[in-house]
Write a protein that binds this ligand. Structure first.
Ligand SMILES: Nc1nc2c(c(=O)[nH]1)N[C@H]1C(S)=C(S)[C@@H](COP(=O)(O)O)O[C@H]1N2
Ligand SMILES: [Mo]
Length: 401
């Protein structure tokens, strides 16, 4: 494992010229202890990334340290989390020869260079949260298999690119189109491994907020976040945000790849939740983000200094925008409204803040909850499903004075 990671690092670093050295073999290992069983994780640098929480190395799964979210609403590119499914990730992509292919049920197949995408189509920008379906999975109870994320399987960025619908219009959609299917340059290590192929229904694909992005926070995408192109499906879980996007195909059926038919499905039950012993329920592909909020400047178990406490955090939803965030210092018995920060758009992290002066006991349970403009709220009851998706219950933080 170690060896494989190093060779990926070394060659990726050399190919992109991004870093002189990747994770240095000789550096003393740094660790973080996430508040879950088996929560010890190494902290390491990968190409174009600062020190990240390493969940896996081949393929790389890197979590954003939560303290990053107390900074700008826009997660810096070098701190943006990373998740890949297949180990065959190109170690470099030549931007001058790269072509995006558009085919299938279209009137005219296209092969577009990066230069053509930037020159021949109107550019659009959107700030949007990229959240893994399994973000916070490590807190599922009973636990479920899969990447044991803490809450750092999410990031927010300003994405710039071309609307998918403009690209599809140029190709011309032929009759009988049912979905648009996407895959990138990554492959399994053995040829039989199915490609990471995802699909969207035509009406979703034609939305204004589905973008083929070539820039992230004003820069090229880091290789690990999908250089040179990735799909951005604002408001939808990241599983649809196909990285190193190389092929767009209009298809006449519902995509039956492993990643649509078997993985990334949620119970089609009220609240998309089931009990651990429940079987035989229908499932649907995972779709939109659920409203969430977090405190970013206080950690669970922290000892606070006496006096007025500034409390800060973030909230987001699937794109109706955050209506309110409330704060509680008594475990959710009483709530006070927090002040919302600047609005970077309805798909963005929204900062919030309040000041709280502790009085009485010296142990408190802090909590926050958000409501969206769409009427969605957070509950004290956590969802449960066997894949560990959609976690969005009210977060609590035990603190002492
Ligand atoms: N080509 C490709 N795109 C992909 C994936 C992948 O394995 N291959 N994983 C998806 C999933 S499940 C997630 S959570 C996001 C992660 O995006 P990030 O690595 O930029 O944070 O990429 C998505 N796009
Ligand atoms: Mo994911």
């Amino acid at each position: 494992m170690k060896q494989s990671r190093r060779s990926f690092l070394a060659s990726a670093a050399a190919a992109t010229g991004a870093l002189a050295t990747g994770g240095t073999a000789s550096a003393a290992p740094a660790f973080i202890d996430l508040p879950m069983a088996n929560g010890r994780r190494p902290l390491e640098k990968f190409p174009q990334k600062r020190e990240m929480i390493v969940q896996a190395t081949r393929p790389p799964i890197l979590e954003t340290p939560f303290s990053v979210f107390d900074g700008s609403e826009l997660t810096p590119n070098d701190a943006h989390y990373v998740r890949w499914h297949l180990a065959g990730i190109p170690e470099s992509v030549d931007a001058s020869t790269f072509q995006l292919k558009v085919g299938g049920l279209v009137n005219k197949s296209l092969s577009l260079s990066l230069a053509q995408l930037e020159r021949d189509f109107p550019a659009t920008e959107i700030v949007a949260v990229n959240e893994c379906s399994g973000n916070s999975r490590g807190y599922f109870s009973p636990r479920v298999p899969g990447g044991e994320w803490s809450n750092g399987g999410m990031s927010n960025a300003r994405w710039r690119g071309v609307r998918l619908k403009d690209i599809l219009a140029k190709a011309g959609i032929a009759s009988g189109a049912k979905q648009v299917s996407f895959h990138g340059l990554d492959r399994g290590v053995i040829p039989a491994t199915p490609q990471f192929t995802k699909a969207l229904d035509m009406d979703v694909a034609a939305g204004d907020d589905v973008i083929v992005a070539y820039a992230m926070n004003g820069q090229r995408l880091p290789l690990l976040n999908g250089f040179p192109l990735r799909l951005v499906v604002a408001g939808w879980f990241a599983t649809y945000w196909v990285k190193m996007l190389s092929n767009i195909d209009v298809i006449d059926h519902v995509e039956d790849s492993f990643w649509m038919k078997t993985a990334y499905r949620i119970p089609d039950t009220p609240g998309n939740t089931v009990t651990p012993d429940q079987t035989g329920y229908p499932t649907i592909p995972i779709n939109k983000l659920r409203v969430r909020s977090f405190i970013t400047n206080v950690t669970d178990g922290e000892r606070l200094k006496p006096g007025p406490q500034p409390i800060r955090g973030i909230a987001f939803d699937s794109g109706t925008g955050i209506k309110t965030v409330e704060f509680s210092s008594d475990g959710g018995t009483t709530w006070t409204a927090a002040t919302l920060g600047r609005d970077l758009g309805r798909y963005s992290f929204r900062k919030w803040q309040t000041t709280w002066t502790p009085s009485g006991p010296n142990k408190f349970t802090l909590a926050c909850r958000a409501a969206s403009n769409g009427g969605e709220t957070q509950s004290t009851v956590a969802v449960w499903n066997p894949s560990g998706y959609l976690r969005n219950n009210i977060e609590t933080y035990q603190v002492n004075l």
